[in-house]
Design a protein around this ligand. Structure first.
Ligand SMILES: [Zn+2]
Length: 473
């Protein structure tokens, strides 16, 4: 009898150890993957064929973009980011072939009025020092219909600004329902939103026609209960829940009694609760997120090709391309997103159930977030998609990632910044930390940068520096 009891205790311990064993640190890597790619090599102005470009960080992400792009006039070449006339070319310099494309003489100018870069849709600016004409980033318009968000890469309206009308996100603070209008480099004005007040958020879900979902199982493991996907061998299924029913459950969570206490299967409707609770931690009490979920809709067109792959081979489609693809789907299926301040576009991706490549890596741009939701589940328990959604959403409010990639302290793909990526930077000893910062993703375990994935959203916090960035402090 006694030995039978001992056997039971042993069995219980084995189950407990099995249940506590964490998966390898995949999650924090996954969040690190959604970073951007440098469009140009180094900051500053430098020569390209037939002209020069300005390379710098002009937007929210940490990568470099091409800003100014100048074509040198006919009979001139670029030397040290300047267009030099052919006869001025120093004889010792190697001859650089001029661009074969004919450029009209009007690309040289004295004032903005006699300046035209031959692109009809852009406003041109005369750079008086060089006498060169180059396009500014204004796109001319007469009505709002001329400002196609897909072509522009950002949502815009047609605004009068001085002598011209241009497609802009805003022209003054009054145009921003939330936040204020900020002049971006090269005139890409945009509303800088604050995560405060009443905010309308739409979640538009997409899937493929044959998307496979793994369900969530409530399992009886010899007297003890646990949520799994699927149940262990030899354990009984008490309840089986459909992935989408769990993910889209309107109550926000389903609570299950288990032998470790409670397990919460969180749904997409938990997102406002999580963010509002975090805001209250910083004394922000007027935040109210109104969330609508629509779908899932079947996509009708094949996905665009990946534009590049991450160092571990995950395909990345840039947010401009994703916006173009999904906007087309939204239009085709007559989905109205006009009432939303922010739009989540979710795609249910069954890549690992079907043994093929994932479609794209989650990203954010202006008011849109594009989230790849892995359907191999279990939905709502590991909170992976929910955490990715909130992480990307927070990016829309001028918040930056709090990880460094690659990790400078140890041999890891990425690690959390110290102190900005630590929930308790003043803890003694500092490591291991108990929770993860949302904008880093992993729970840091030691100085070297090792970390583990949080078990659920209850182990993830919006940390001080991020709160500061989004206007909560
Ligand atoms: Zn990020």
């Amino acid at each position: 009898m006694k030995s039978k009891k001992r056997l039971l205790v042993l069995l219980f311990l084995i189950i407990l150890i099995a249940a506590c064993a964490k998966e390898p640190i995949v999650k924090e890597k996954k969040i690190a993957e959604e970073t951007c790619k440098n469009e140009c090599e180094k900051e500053g102005k430098y020569c390209i064929e037939g002209g020069y470009i300005e390379c710098g960080n002009f937007d929210i992400d940490s990568c470099l973009e091409v800003g100014l792009s100048v074509k040198c006039p006919e009979n001139s070449y670029c030397v040290n980011s300047q267009c030099i006339k052919k006869e001025e070319q120093p004889s010792e310099e190697p001859i650089i072939e001029p661009t074969p494309e004919p450029i009209s003489p009007s690309t040289t100018c004295q004032t903005n009025l006699d300046c035209d870069d031959n692109n009809a849709s852009t406003v041109d600016k005369c750079f008086t020092e060089s006498g060169l004409c180059a396009h500014d980033s204004y796109v001319l318009c007469q009505t709002n219909a001329d400002c196609d968000p897909v072509k522009l890469g950002f949502p815009a309206k047609c605004y009068d600004i001085g002598e011209i009308s241009a497609c802009l996100t805003c022209s003054s603070d009054d145009d921003c329902r939330l936040g204020y209008c900020q002049q971006e480099p090269l005139n890409r004005r945009k509303c800088i939103s604050r995560l405060k007040g009443q905010i309308n958020v739409g979640v538009i879900e997409f899937k493929s026609l044959d998307t496979q979902f793994s369900n969530l199982f409530y399992c009886d493991e010899g007297g003890s209960k646990m949520l799994r996907s699927p149940c262990f061998e030899n354990s009984q299924i008490i309840e089986e829940h459909n992935f989408l029913d769990v993910f889209n459950n309107q109550d926000g969570e389903i609570v299950f009694d288990t032998f470790i206490g409670e397990q919460h299967a969180l749904s997409v409707y938990y997102l406002p609760t999580y963010i509002e609770n975090q805001a209250q931690k910083y004394g922000i009490t007027d935040l109210s997120i109104n969330l609508d979920v629509e779908g899932p809709f079947d996509i009708t067109a094949p996905f665009p090709e990946a534009e590049w792959t991450t160092p571990i081979g995950r395909p990345v489609i840039g947010s401009d391309k994703l916006l173009e693809f999904f906007t087309e789907e939204i239009n085709k299926q007559n989905i109205d997103t006009s009432n939303y301040d922010f739009v989540f576009i979710l795609f249910f991706d069954d890549w690992d159930l079907k043994g093929r490549e994932t479609k794209f890596t989650s990203t954010a741009n202006f008011v849109y977030t594009f989230i790849n939701v892995q359907t191999s589940g279990p939905p709502g328990v590991t909170d992976d998609p929910l955490e990715a959604m909130i992480h990307e959403f927070i990016h829309l409010f001028e918040a930056f990632d709090k990880y460094i990639e690659p990790c400078p302290r140890g041999n890891y793909w990425s690690c959390c910044k110290d102190p900005d990526g630590l929930v308790e930077p003043n803890k003694i000893p500092k490591y291991p930390q108990n929770k993860a910062c949302l904008m880093c993703g992993g729970i840091p375990l030691n100085e070297d940068g090792e970390s583990q994935a949080p078990q659920d959203l209850f182990e993830v916090e919006i940390c001080d520096k991020t709160a500061e960035e989004i206007g909560w402090k």
